[in-house]
Design a protein around this ligand. Structure first.
Ligand code: CUA
Length: 158
């Protein structure tokens, strides 16, 4: 039997390493898809001229602890400026900017999304039972002179 020269051995090592790296890479994608990991937010195009009438800021109680909260972001604030949710299990947040790019971050949670004008940013948030009381929402994208005073409150009642 012919023995493999050192160069051939090195090639085999590289091929095996590549296959292992590829297997780990594709395996983690397969695992993520199987366990339902996905990007937590999505975006819908809504041109500004169509937004009037179509996008109404406010809270909709969908029953069973589910809420849809539509929020308008503008220079410099959020409409509504305060939202009260009673024992929420799932909150569908839809945020729409009427002017420039804003941010929407609920301080102390994993909700943090950029809000582009002309798009509805949608986040499905399942606040843990431990989340209680008044949460501060801030804009974290510089959006003009009043950026630092752009905030709203979400009050969770358990
Ligand atoms: Cu809006 Cu910064």
């Amino acid at each position: 039997m012919r023995t493999m020269d050192p160069r051939g051995k090195r090639e085999v090592v590289w091929i095996i390493s590549t296959v292992i790296v590829l297997a780990v890479f594709l395996g983690s994608i397969a695992y993520a898809l199987r366990t339902g990991y996905s990007v937590a937010s999505e975006v819908t195009v809504l041109p500004l001229e169509k937004a009037v009438g179509l996008f109404q800021p406010g809270v909709k109680d969908l029953g069973d602890g589910r809420y849809q909260v539509d929020i308008q972001a503008f220079q410099w604030g959020f409409r509504p400026a305060r939202v009260e949710l009673s024992n929420p299990k799932e909150v569908i947040l839809r945020i729409y900017s009427v002017d420039v790019i804003h941010g929407f971050q609920i301080v102390g949670t994993n909700v943090n999304v950029m809000v582009f004008p002309g798009y509805i940013a949608k986040v499905i948030w399942r606040p843990p039972q431990s989340v209680n009381g008044t949460l501060l929402v801030i804009c974290n994208e510089y959006c003009g002179i009043g950026h630092s005073s752009m905030y709203m409150e979400i009050v969770i009642k358990r």
